[in-house]
Design a protein around this ligand. Sequence first.
Ligand code: COA
Length: 158
Amino acid sequence: MSVEQRNVQIRPVREEDRDAVMELASQLTEGVADWRDPGAVVEAARQWLAGFFGPAPEQRGAVFVAAAGGEVVGVVSVNTHRHFTGPVEAYVGELVVAPRAVRAGLGRRLLSAAEDWARRQGVRHLTLETAAGNTTARRFYAAVGYREEAVRFTRVLD
Ligand SMILES: CC(C)(COP(=O)(O)OP(=O)(O)OC[C@H]1O[C@@H](n2cnc3c(N)ncnc32)[C@H](O)[C@@H]1OP(=O)(O)O)[C@@H](O)C(=O)NCCC(=O)NCCS
């Protein structure tokens, strides 16, 4: 099924979206370095996202989903944290669009919802990280106005 942008609503997550959101997290292995465990990456994202559900969510940020009818085809999570230079800023933890729904503008719309949330918090910057090997995400973020700020190096010790 292809997803047409006009039929998709971006809205705050609901309890009944939990399974679909957890399923979307399985897409977060794109470009993960070969010295990392991709399963652990997905599990960490799921645990993080799980904190937004339930009667007393542990996470204080926000999650928005892209809903095509009753079907959830995208998710973004956003929170605040303190940058090491001092200011509090917004941080996107996860952004995923289902493979069947990519290139329909949903990533852009989900990120825009996260940006609106961040503006409402009164912060000046929205930051995020992605794997260096995730060329799709790097092209996407550049296309929607994000600038590369830092590069992390890892040496695998023998
Ligand atoms: C990255 C991701 C969220 C993009 O979502 P999307 O809904 O396909 O993005 P959009 O349709 O809003 O794309 C906006 C623009 O980004 C750029 N872009 C998106 N995907 C691209 C690709 N595969 N190659 C090159 N440019 C791309 C394009 O300029 C695009 O505009 P256009 O389609 O008019 O040319 C999606 O590919 C995804 O979920 N990937 C797997 C999970 C992931 O890696 N998440 C990010 C890591 S945190």
